[in-house]
Ligand binder design. Structure first.
Ligand SMILES: [Zn+2]
Ligand SMILES: [Zn+2]
Length: 119
């Protein structure tokens, strides 16, 4: 049995949600979230991008995303879900060019509102 330190830390599973409804955030939090995401989209600095994402994650209270990245659903149904950008069930509508934001559908929309892949 080899227990790693990382695993030990993970055993204290938080009850934080893996998705958050944007509409349930306070107006101030929504505003801050929007600005953080806008900046994350235009920054050319990976360090700054990380910091912006970390702040956005803290504001939403979303549970530990896999790679410290969250997106708001880009589904045409105007879905308000904010989710882990690296969720394997999320659907990529548009790949990001470089290391800024692409457009993703949340897992629920990927299932219920499939968007044809761009050819
Ligand atoms: Zn969605
Ligand atoms: Zn949708």
């Amino acid at each position: 049995m080899e227990a790693t330190v990382a695993n030990a830390v993970m055993t204290h599973a938080p009850t934080q949600p893996t998705t958050v409804d944007y509409a349930t955030l306070s107006p101030a939090a929504q505003d801050t979230f929007d600005r953080l995401m806008e900046q994350a989209d235009i920054t050319a600095s990976a360090t700054e991008y990380e910091a912006l994402m970390t702040a956005a994650i803290a504001i939403t209270g979303i549970g530990r995303p896999r790679y410290n990245e969250i997106f708001k659903c880009a589904c045409p149904c105007t879905c308000p879900v904010i989710f882990d950008a690296d969720d394997p069930d999320a659907h990529v509508i548009e790949e990001s060019g470089g290391y800024n934001l692409g457009r993703l559908q949340c897992p629920t929309c990927a299932d219920q509102h499939p968007t044809p892949a761009e050819q």
